[in-house]
Ligand binder design. Sequence first.
Ligand code: ASC
Length: 131
Amino acid sequence: AELKPEEQIQYRQAGYAFMAWNMGKIKANLDGNYSQPQVQAAAETIRAIANSGMGALYGPGTDQNIGDVKTRVKPSMFTEREEVGRLAMNFINAANELAEVAALGDEAEVKSAFGAVGKSCKACHDQFRAD
Ligand code: ASC
């Protein structure tokens, strides 16, 4: 069964929100006492969501608010498919790399890989998210 457009918007927002929570946990670890298991768990969660095929949640009708379900996505996200694909691949690659280094426990490498993930998030916000 196909998801309704408003359900697709809610699921994709849930995915981004859950990744943001886990990004915050990694940031807190880098800023304070570093717990390698906590960072690894957070990075593995981000990797799993990044690889979950969220592109399927940008179907027809998901380009605009639907009643109380609001979206900040720009219309260009649905036309500039090559650029979206490039940004999505960069993000997935960065998330995979973060999970790899988080498992090894070198904090400096995690810091660098975490920064790359954040940059790949921001690159898509800058181009395809309003506000
Ligand atoms: C986060 C978060 C984002 C990205 C972005 C990186 O932790 O919630 O949307 O990182 O701020 O620039």
